[in-house]
Design a protein around this ligand. Sequence first.
Ligand code: HAM
Length: 417
Amino acid sequence: MKNLQPVRGTRDLIGDQALRFEIIRNVGFGIAKLYGFEYIDTPIFEYTNVFKRAVGETTDIVGKEMYTFNDKGGEEITLRPEGTAPVVRAVLSNSLTQKLPLKFSYCGPMFRYERPQKGRYRQLHQFGIELFGIDNPYADVEIIAIGMQILEQLQIKASLHLNTLGDNESRNNYKAALVEYFLRYESELSDDSKHRLRNNPLRILDSKDINDQKIAADAPKGAQFLTASAAAFFAKVCEGLSLINIEYIKDDKLVRGLDYYTHTAFEFKTNELGAQDALGGGGRYDGLVEHMGGPAIPGVGFAMGLDRLALLMENQALIKPSPIAIICVGEYWSDALKISQLLRSNYKSVEIIYKNNPGKAFKEADRINARYAVIIGEDEIKANAVKLKDLTLSPDHPMKERLVAIDNLLEALNAKN
Ligand code: HAM
């Protein structure tokens, strides 16, 4: 039955896959905290204008990929395709611009109507950070350092691609030069690029079309059009990265698919996922807060795709929880319940195995990767004790199994760890 399947481009995250997502989320938030970032959670949908304004009407995201609908009250709503615009909206709605800097981290689903394939989904998941109120180029370096540290902790190999889009003046001059250059080849360009020529000529530079790429190879380079201050800003970013030993590849074709960037633009790329090679991307967006109706406050951030990171972690061994299994030989469920609560209230991970047959119970303990079994039977209960079995030791080991008074159980478990 078709409607029992998840919607195309969406999926359920279960078992190891869900665990990988949990690991990425925890690593992301943990590292962001080291740099002073606080958790923020914004709604999953916004008024459509939030994205039209921030991301840009001519981008693929706004033009083709948004899940937009009218709600029952007739409001035009869009499921968030990305996280930066909602965070900027939240900063403004909550009048947070008086106390700068602001540092936020977030994680959650985003929605883009793209053609699904490996590493590309319609419900994708991002971990992102946004920093407001610092115009020092070393802030860009710190943001990049967070991304690199997350990838390192997840043991994912990626290369950092770096470019500058300059300030408004640099960008406008560069755009004019690109239009002039590409107009000469207009008839040879792909239909997408013909369209971009009029409204977003920078995007022709990262076209996936082979012929577009040939034409773009000889296009004017952005560096020629940088104002002195934009060039100096970029030099500082590069210098800062070198200072903390972060290697990068300068990539003058890296333009990013969202309109809000100024100055620094970067991407973390892998060569293990074919066309979906971007594990994360971001940059500086100094004009965005003002463009959204707030004061002129600089910003910089990035987002990483959990779906793609998780794909690269599929060959890594996962560290699974190893709980204490409570096994009853006979109807001792009330003792099992009391003992498990005693242990859990002392932060031990415990599972009661609800099986009457001890053989089946031990099989289940094995399946859930239990480290210890606490066995409750007639003799034990008479002695106000339990049998504590270390499931990792060989059967003939002298410490494999022993009787422990219930009052001493916690102590015995603590001594073992
Ligand atoms: P983005 O480059 O559009 O940037 O997305 C960031 C990451 O999300 C991508 O590098 C990719 O890993 C993942 N991603 C995007 N689309 C999909 C998809 N359909 N399926 C799977 N993964 C996907 C942004 O969204 C900006 N808001 C980043 C940012 C934050 N810039 C400044 N602050």
